[in-house]
Design a protein around this ligand. Structure first.
Ligand SMILES: Cc1cc2nc3c(=O)[nH]c(=O)nc-3n(C[C@H](O)[C@H](O)[C@H](O)COP(=O)(O)OP(=O)(O)OC[C@H]3O[C@@H](n4cnc5c(N)ncnc54)[C@H](O)[C@@H]3O)c2cc1C
Length: 537
């Protein structure tokens, strides 16, 4: 056992752990970052495992949230080797008749395309953009800072006066499927909003879906959906390079199995290989909330009310992700002149809704709604000229009770299940892009088990650290009463996507945790013992 002592130990080097570690280091603390996997990055990594000439993003791929995040921007990652790249257009959605809805960087171009689908929808789109312009930046600020968002909350209230006050609040709360019907005559604008809302697991007919749909669609027209040059992993590698360059220490292959607590305070961690690392001031956990409270902490350290509340903690659905190395571009029917980086595949909003409700009700979807990424189109360095590094993922139930398709997928997600479901996804692509299968050089299927093996936070393939639905957001995240990074154990902070504001690569969960640790430490230094029991039993 070693006796090394740091000011802070951060558990898990996903984007949130890396952000927390950088923030603590910038405050002058000595920081050790421990990561279970052989490399840093969590769900922001890339690899060449499928084909040596192709870079594939192992999990996440597009980063509008990172590009909008004041936290990520504050680290000047361009000085540490990060370069952003953009596809010619942001996002496309093909329809069965070969026409497309396209989100462009330029809102006028988006509106012109929507107008061509349905007269009046161009102007309606620009109206929505103008309303968002007033409120959006304050809303983003409010979402990406600790709850309650006092400063940005005031900004939101002031801005609302200019866009119809409570009427616009109602717009934000209206389910996205209904908002699409109210504001637009054609399906093209509706799928752009609903497809973006479907990046999380909020049902399209539930409140909260419009906010997410608008947030991502509008970000597409401000910061775009950028990708790091060279692969997703370059984003987290840049965070790691910055951290190391300033004296931070990273140990990979170091799975934390226990957080030590003495007299109600976190004092260090133990790893699977028997090492102990002491933390003088804080431990920040970039791990899933149930892992923190039920595996890393001794049961005696967790208040009964938290243990009880965790029984109702809801994961988001599982995921099956398929990567392809293609010897040519995706042969989409009617492909737009300006190729999109992200492509959503569903026939309509109703079709998307049906797939999502099958997943919610425990059925493997018959016609999965797919998010796909044309990565070489977005960043030519990903594969040789004329080829495409391509992926698609679809959600599946955490516990499947039936198959809404041909009955061939049992929901055990063994190799056979994964390949059959990948065949279902590929058949859907083949319909939208005839000849797709002929271009496949190699294919890799990552099911829920493979994802979890590569990142313990992706339990059952859940990619957002817990459901993003309203009942587990804000003060209810991860459980009611623990809506901030502080935990009932002094000196221990939850900094993963299980904390507010949840999934996505924005770094806010890690930043909130680091800032909470720094603030509490200051108080304790001035008034020793202060802060004790703030969230106690
Ligand atoms: C398939 C997929 C696609 C996605 N697409 C996007 C996208 O395009 N854009 C976007 O913004 N977001 C996307 N997301 C979501 C986003 O990647 C996550 O919300 C984000 O990575 C969460 O960051 P995190 O640091 O909280 O956790 P993670 O990124 O999951 O990192 C957690 C880290 O902690 C480590 N760890 C866990 N337990 C321990 C332990 N006991 N000891 C030591 N280390 C431990 C893990 O190995 C991992 O490295 C996607 C996610 C997935 C899975």
């Amino acid at each position: 056992m070693t006796g090394t002592t740091y000011d802070a130990v951060v558990v898990g080097a996903g984007p949130n752990g890396l952000v927390a570690a950088n923030r603590l280091l910038d405050a002058g603390w000595s920081v050790l970052l421990l990561e279970a996997q052989p490399d840093v990055g969590g769900a922001v990594r890339s690899d060449r495992d499928l084909h040596p000439d192709f870079v594939h993003d192992t999990f996440s791929a597009f980063y509008p949230l990172a590009a909008s995040s004041p936290t990520i921007r504050s680290f000047d990652l361009e000085d540490h080797g990060l370069s952003w790249r953009h596809a010619p257009s942001v996002l496309g959605h093909p329809f069965p008749d070969g026409s497309w809805a396209v989100l462009h960087h330029d809102r006028e171009a988006t509106a012109a395309g929507l107008e061509a689908h349905c007269a009046g929808d161009g102007e309606a789109w620009l109206d929505l953009c103008a309303q968002w312009d007033r409120v959006g930046p304050h809303l983003i600020g409010a979402l990406l800072t600790p709850f309650p968002p006092v400063r940005h909350g005031v900004g939101v209230l002031a801005a609302l006066r200019h866009v119809g006050g409570l009427g616009f609040v109602k717009t934000l709360l209206t389910p996205v499927s209904e908002l699409g019907r109210q504001r637009f005559g054609g399906e093209a604008a509706r799928v752009l909003l609903a497809g973006n809302a479907a990046h999380a697991d909020i049902p399209l007919d539930a409140p909260g879906s419009s906010l997410l749909g608008m947030l991502l669609a509008m970000m597409g027209q401000t910061v775009g959906f950028p990708v790091p040059e060279g692969g997703a992993g370059e984003l987290t590698q840049a965070l790691a390079r910055r951290f190391r360059a300033r004296g931070g220490e990273i140990r990979t292959g170091a799975e934390v199995t226990r957080i030590d607590v003495e007299r109600g305070r976190a004092t260090g961690v133990r790893t699977a290989d028997g090492e102990r690392y002491a933390a003088r001031r804080a431990v920040v956990a970039d791990v899933l909330a149930p892992t923190l409270y039920t595996r890393l902490l001794d049961a005696a350290e967790v208040p009964d009310r938290v243990t009880r509340a965790l029984r109702t903690f809801e994961l988001d659905p599982g995921t099956v992700k398929v990567d392809w190395a293609l010897d040519g571009g995706v042969p989409w029917t009617g492909a737009p002149d300006l190729a999109p980086g992200t492509v959503h595949v569903a026939d309509s909003v109703a079709d998307m809704s049906q797939a999502m409700s099958q997943v919610q009700s425990g059925a493997v979807p018959a016609a999965p709604f797919m998010l796909t990424g044309q990565m070489t189109t977005s960043d030519p360095s990903r594969s040789p000229a004329g080829t495409e590094s391509f992926w698609a993922y679809a959600h599946v139930p955490q516990r499947a009770s039936s198959d809404a398709g041909d009955g061939g997928v049992r929901g055990t997600w063994d190799r056979d299940d994964c390949e059959r479901f990948a065949d279902r996804m590929q058949a859907r692509l083949e319909r939208a892009a005839p000849g797709f299968g002929d271009r496949v050089l190699a294919r890799r299927v990552l099911g829920p088990h493979e994802m979890e093996a590569r990142d313990a936070n992706l339990v059952g393939g859940a990619l957002n650290g817990g459901t993003a639905q309203l009942h587990q957001q804000l003060v209810f995240r991860p459980v009611p009463g623990l809506g901030r990074a502080e935990t009932p154990v002094r000196g221990l902070y939850l900094g993963s996507a299980s904390a507010h504001p949840g999934g996505g690569v924005h770094g806010a969960c890690g930043d909130n945790a680091a800032r909470a640790a720094i603030a509490r430490d200051r108080v304790e230094r001035v008034i020793p013992g202060r802060g004790r029991g703030l969230l106690g039993r």
